[in-house]
Design a protein around this ligand. Structure first.
Ligand code: XMP
Length: 429
C-alpha cells in the first residue's frame, strides 16, 4: 500500500523519536534519517512528503555543526524548522505543539493519514510472504511482547513455515519457560522447539563481568543455538527477530552515540547464516502492543512487562554465579507476586529486582551475615527512551522487603531505586 512519510532529520536531538511518535499519532508514518541525505537517498525513500529539521544543543559532532544537506533543501518538499539557526523553539504547551505538527503534516505536506495497525499488518503479511517464499523461518520466541507479536504476525503470514524455538538460557524469570510452552505449543498451535541450554550459557558466562561482553556472549550463543536447531531442519533460511524501533535508534545512529548495544542489533556473530525477518522493526513499543491486539493476542500477553533478551543476565550484575542468580530469580518472583496482589502489574510498565555482586554486613539469628542486597526498580514509560520512577506505597514496599529478606537465601537488605531515565537507564547494565 502506498504510504506517506514525514522524515525527521537527525541533528543529534534526543527528541527525534518523540517527534516521530507524535507524527505517527496523527496517522502519518514517520522515520528518523541522517541530516546529510543525498538526492539519490531521498528518491529511494518511499512516500516522503516533508522534512522536520529539529536542531537543539547536540547539533555539533566533533566540533562541526550539523547542517541539512543541499539535496534536502533542493527537494522542493516542505520543511519544518524547529530550534535550528534561531527558527522558533517547540511550544511548551502540548496542545500547541500538536497543532504545530498537525498544521505542517496535514495542511502543508498534505500527507495522507493511512498509518494504522490494520494497514501495517496487511503490508507486513505481503512483505513477509514476498521475502520468505516457500522457505522456513526460525523464530527466537522468548515469550516477551515483541517476539510474541512477531510470532503471531509470522503465523498469520506463513503458518507452518514458521518454526519457533524457545531457548531457556537459564536467565529467564521463574515459571517462564513452562508458560511459553503452554501458550504457544498448546494454545496457539505453533511449531515450537524447546531447548534447555542453561548449562551451556552459564558456562560461557563464567567469570565474565563486563556488561557489554555478557550481552555479546548471550546474543552470539543464542544465534549458535538457533543455527544448530536449523541444521536439524530442512529449508530454514530466515531468522525472525523482535527488533523494534528504539533498539535501532539507541544502538547508535550517526549522531547518536551508542547508549548500549541491544542484543538484537549489536550481538550478532559475523558468521551469521540466516537472513533476518524483522517485521516490527519500524514500531515503537506502544505500537507493537497495538499490533498484537489487532492480531488477536490476549491482552495479558500484549501488556506483559517487557523483559530484555539477555534476561536476568543483566540484572545479576558483574560475573554471574548460580547462587546469586537464584537469589535474583526468587526475589524477582516475590516482587512480581506482590505487585500483582496490589494491582500494580496493571499500572507499572516494568518492575524487577537487581542483585549486585557486592555484600554488606547484616544480622541474622543474632549473628553477623554478609549477604547481597536486592534492589527494586519500578518504572513507567511510553517508549522506553525516557522513564519515570513509580511511587509505591510504603506498606507494599515493607511487605516485599520482609518477604525477600526472609524467603530468599543470601539477601539481607532491600533497596529501592529512585532514579528516572535519564540519568539511570532502566536496566542496571
Ligand atoms: P534501558 O536499560 O536501555 O532499557 O533503559 C530500555 C528497555 O529495553 C530493555 N532492554 C533490552 N532488551 N535486549 C533487549 O531485548 C537488551 O539487550 C536490552 N537491554 C535493555 C529494558 O528491559 C527496557 O525495557
Amino acid at each position: 500500500m502506498k504510504q506517506d512519510m514525514i522524515v525527521i532529520l537527525d541533528l543529534g536531538s534526543e527528541d527525534s523519536p518523540k517527534i516521530a511518535r507524535e507524527i505517527r499519532a496523527l496517522g502519518v508514518y514517520s522515520e528518523i534519517h541522517p541530516n546529510d541525505l543525498t538526492a539519490e537517498q531521498i528518491a529511494a525513500l518511499p512516500g516522503v512528503k516533508g522534512f522536520v529539521v529539529n536542531g537543539g544543543p547536540n547539533n555539533v559532532v566533533d566540533g562541526e555543526e550539523l547542517k541539512v544537506s543541499a539535496a534536502v533543501l533542493e527537494s522542493g518538499l516542505p520543511i519544518l524548522y524547529v530550534d535550528y539557526e534561531g527558527a522558533k523553539c517547540w511550544p511548551e504547551d502540548d496542545a500547541e505543539r500538536e497543532a504545530m505538527l498537525r498544521a505542517f503534516v496535514l495542511d502543508e505536506c498534505k500527507a495522507e493519514t493511512n498509518w494504522n495497525m490494520k494497514n501495517f499488518i496487511a503490508d507486513q503479511i505481503e512483505l513477509i510472504r514476498r521475502q520468505v517464499g516457500d522457505k522456513k523461518v526460525l523464530l527466537a520466541l522468548s515469550g516477551g511482547v515483541d517476539s510474541s507479536v512477531v510470532a503471531a504476525l509470522l503465523l498469520k503470514a506463513i503458518g507452518d513455515q514458521l518454526v519457533c524455538v524457545h531457548v531457556n538460557h537459564g536467565l529467564l524469570r521463574k515459571g517462564e519457560p513452562e508458560q511459553v510452552v503452554e501458550v504457544f505449543r498448546h494454545n496457539l498451535h505453533a511449531n515450537l522447539i524447546y531447548v534447555d541450554a542453561t548449562d551451556r550459557f552459564l558456562g560461557k558466562l563464567e567469570g565474565v563481568a563486563d556488561p557489554e561482553k555478557k550481552r555479546k556472549i548471550i546474543g552470539a550463543e543464542f544465534i549458535r543455538v538457533f543455527e544448530e536447531e536449523a541444521r536439524k531442519l530442512e529449508g530454514v533460511k530466515f531468522l525472525g527477530q523482535g527488533t523494534i524501533y528504539p533498539d535501532i535508534v539507541e544502538s547508535g545512529t550517526k549522531t547518536n552515540k551508542v547508549v548500549k548495544s541491544h542484543h538484537n542489533v549489536g550481538g550478532l556473530p559475523d558468521d551469521l547464516q540466516f537472513e533476518l525477518v524483522e517485521p516490527v522493526r519500524q514500531l515503537f513499543k506502544d505500537e507493537v502492543r497495538a499490533c498484537g491486539l489487532e492480531l488477536g493476542l490476549p491482552a495479558d500477553m500484549v501488556y506483559r512487562q517487557p523483559f530484555p533478551g539477555p534476561g536476568l543476565g543483566v540484572r545479576c550484575l558483574g560475573a554471574i554465579t548460580r547462587d546469586r542468580l537464584e537469589a535474583l530469580r526468587e526475589s524477582d518472583a516475590i516482587l512480581r507476586e506482590e505487585f500483582a496482589n496490589a494491582g500494580l502489574n496493571k499500572t507499572v510498565w516494568q518492575y524487577f529486582t537487581i542483585v549486585p555482586d557486592m555484600k554488606s554486613v547484616g544480622v541474622r539469628d543474632n549473628a553477623r551475615c554478609d549477604e547481597w542486597p536486592a534492589i527494586i526498580r519500578a518504572v513507567n514509560t511510553i517508549d522506553a527512551m525516557t522513564a519515570s520512577i513509580e511511587e509505591i506505597d510504603w506498606p507494599i514496599l515493607h511487605k516485599i522487603t520482609s518477604r525477600i529478606v526472609n524467603e530468599v537465601p543470601g539477601i539481607n537488605r532491600v533497596c529501592y531505586d529512585l532514579t528516572p531515565k535519564p540519568t539511570g537507564t532502566i536496566e542496571w547494565e
